[in-house]
Every structure is written in C-alpha cells, then in structure tokens.
Design a protein around this ligand. Structure first.
Ligand SMILES: C[S@@+](CC[C@H](N)C(=O)[O-])C[C@H]1O[C@@H](n2cnc3c(N)ncnc32)[C@H](O)[C@@H]1O
Length: 383
C-alpha cells in the first residue's frame, strides 16, 4: 500500500508545539497535564466523560496507558501513525481525534479487522485497517511513519470469548491463536515432546513445576488427547493445588502456551527492528507491554539502540567503534499506570510503557543477543 503525500493536509503545528512541550526534565508531567483532551475520553473519568466515550468508543476493551502511550507521539495533522495492535481501536480512535492525522491499523486477528470496519468508514479516508502480523508491516506500508504505537498482548475480546480458548476460566477449545490460523495450543500440548513442553512452560511461563507438568501432560495425552481449556486447567489444578488467595495454578501454563502459539516474543522483536527502519527522523516508537519477557526485549532493544547497551562492533583490527545511536530517550522510563487506572482496570497493573525518538543513524542489522531473548534455548541446554 502506498500513501501519496496528501495535499489536503494543511501544514498545521504539532500537538507538542501547541502545548509548548520540549523534550526535557518534567517532559512527562507536562504531557499528562496538558494533553487533557486524551484524558477527557478515558472511560475512567467523570460521569459525563463516560457518556461521551460510550457514544463513540468500543468499550469491550479498555485501552491501557493510552494517554501516556499516545501523548508521547506528538500526534499532528498530516502525520501518519501505525497502530500495530488495533484491537478494538481505542488507540487508533484517539490518534484520529486529532484533525488531519492518519492511521494505519494492523491486527492479526480477523475479528478485529471485521469489527474495525465501522471505524474505517467513520474516519474515511484517514483510517486504513490491515490484516497482518505486525512483524510484516513494512511489506504493506511504503510511506515513512511519524509514529508507531504497540499495545502488546491479547485484547479483552479475545480473552472473554470462550471459543478462542485463551482463558482457563471458561470451557472452550484449546486454541489460543490470535490469527485463527496455524497450529493451536492443543497441537503443542498433544504433539510437542516432553522437553520442549517443559521448556515452553519454564521460559515463557516462569513455571517452576514445568518438568512435572510436562511429564503429566505426556502421560495423560497418551490416554485422551487434550482438546479443551478446562481439561488442561483441571490437570493443572490437580498437580498444583493452591489456596483461593493465590493465583490460579493454570495462569503460568496458559501464558506460556499463548506466547508459544503466537510466537509473541519473536513477533515483538521483529516489529521493533522494522520500526527502526520505518520511522522518520524524529518519529516516535511507543510500546506498552504486560509481562517481564516482553518488557525485557523492549528495554534491551532501546538500551542497545540509544547507546546505553553494551552492543559494540569491531570495524578495524584493534579499533572498537560503538555504532551510532538510532534512538534517543526523552524521559525517565518505564512509565507505569497511575492508581486511578489500575483501580478501574486491574489488567493495567503490570503494564509498562517505553518509548524513544528516532535519530538519523541508519537502522542496524538484526541483533543475535536480542534474538536469544525472543526464543527458547537450544534443546541441549540444561537449566
Ligand atoms: C492489547 S490489544 C490492543 C488493544 C488496542 N490498543 C485498543 O485500544 O483496543 C492487542 C491486539 O493486538 C493484536 N496483536 C497481538 N500480537 C499481534 C501481532 N504479532 N501482529 C498483529 N496483531 C497482533 C491482538 O490480536 C489484539 O487485538
């Protein structure tokens, strides 16, 4: 897809200029205080604000850290922004509320694309919606971008629809595929060998009982294959008894399987690298994550790209030249939700926002150290 530069977009000033924002100490506080129009659409505000939101917004998913994640983009008229995780469109809508701003939304879930058509119509011609994994966005967008926002993970719709198989609270097929194509969680549980299963649970779920669970799964599946969420949840309940106050013993295993089914960490890393290539000079990459494995990748990526990491290249024998930074930080990070947000949306509790601004240096090739963070260890490695 190619977006010709649109002459009808008048060269208006940026939100940052409107608000007199400068990237300096206190930058974030200024954004919070002054971008109050973002806050006014939040479903957690006053009775009237809730009413306004309901008229215009899909409340099946409450966007997390939206004010903060979009505030740092400095959305402006004529700017082109990628919402790499469209979901229910909460982030896209907020960007489009800036007159003249254009959004390309991406989601790998066909349901999100189907339901998002209403917004495409509502904001035509400024909104485009594409069905794709976000790691492949470069193949679909020819124009350089002013900002990219990623709100990683699953949407409330995906979790709440039992037939998607993401939740151990409802019975449904053991599926967990965001894209609704390819191998399911049941395929992994029924066919992966015991060591791979244990590795998935240990590395993607931080499950200390990974070997015990993998062994029990392999024994059980020899009698009856796993087909449903509750079938697996009940095995986990038997193996790992817990008190009602503790987290459900299925939590870590379900998280691990979901990450494996959707290659969530590999997708994230490839998308960060693509973002480095696709952003304009001064463009901002803003990423919200929900668990430590994702956050570690974003943190290390930005550390290496801002020159804070250890990454260095050897250009000449004996001479070590650190590669030029491709991003710079504008504020202290990570940014986490305020109490008011977590009070109404407990899902926000573990959210972290990291963001950085693109500099001039050319994008770097894929980084092997980062790739290790996004993949399982080789089978031979002991833990
Ligand atoms: C947390 S939700 C985003 C919610 C959105 N910000 C909103 O306000 O409604 C994450 C969405 O990203 C999508 N997603 C996750 N990983 C993806 C990937 N690798 N490629 C494309 N879409 C992805 C999911 O299908 C889901 O719809």
């Amino acid at each position: 897809m190619h977006f010709a530069s649109k002459s009808y977009f008048s060269p208006l000033i940026t939100l940052g200029q409107v608000h007199g924002l400068r990237p300096q100490a206190g930058y974030w506080t200024q954004i919070q205080r002054r971008n109050s129009h973002f806050l006014s659409l939040s479903p957690i505000k006053t009775k009237n604000a809730v009413k306004t939101t309901r008229m215009t917004e899909d409340l099946r998913h409450i966007p997390v850290l939206r004010t903060q994640a979009l505030g740092v983009l400095n959305v402006h008229s004529g700017g082109l922004y990628l919402d790499a995780t469209f979901g229910a469109g909460g982030y896209s809508r907020e960007i489009l509320n800036t007159e003249g701003a254009r959004v390309i939304g991406i989601d790998r879930d066909p349901n999100a694309i189907r339901d998002g058509q209403v917004m495409v119509q509502e904001f035509a011609p400024r909104m485009t919606l594409l069905h794709s994994p976000f790691s492949a966005f470069e193949a679909l967008i020819a124009e350089k971008l002013d900002g990219i926002v990623m709100d990683i993970g699953v949407s409330s719709m995906q979790i709440d629809e039992s037939e998607r198989g993401f939740s151990f609270r409802f019975d449904g097929p053991l599926d967990m595929r965001m894209s609704q194509t390819g191998p399911t969680a049941a395929d992994i549980v029924n066919f992966a060998d015991e060591e791979r299963l244990a590795n998935i649970l240990f590395y993607y779920g931080d499950e200390r009982a990974s070997r015990r669970i993998a062994k029990a799964i392999v024994m059980d599946r020899a009698k009856v294959p796993f087909t449903s969420t509750l079938q697996l949840a009940s095995l986990l309940g038997r193996l790992l008894p817990s008190k009602p106050t503790e987290i459900n013993p299925a939590t870590r295993t379900f998280q691990a399987l979901r990450i494996a089914v959707n290659d969530e960490l590999g997708e994230l890393l490839r998308a960060l690298e693509a973002a480095e290539r696709a952003l304009k000079l001064g463009g901002v990459l803003s990423v919200v994550t929900f668990h430590s494995l994702e956050d570690r990748i974003v943190k290390q990526f930005f550390a290496s790209r801002t020159g804070k990491g250890q990454a260095i290249s050897r250009y000449l024998p004996g001479e070590i030249v650190p590669p030029a930074a491709t991003f710079k930080f504008e504020a202290k990070q990570p940014i986490t939700p305020q109490e008011a947000e977590t009070a109404v949306n407990p899902r926000a509790r573990s959210a972290k926002l990291r963001f950085a601004t693109r500099l001039e240096a050319p994008a770097r090739p894929a980084d092997q150290n980062l790739a290790k963070l996004a993949s399982l260890p080789e089978p031979a490695r002991r833990r």
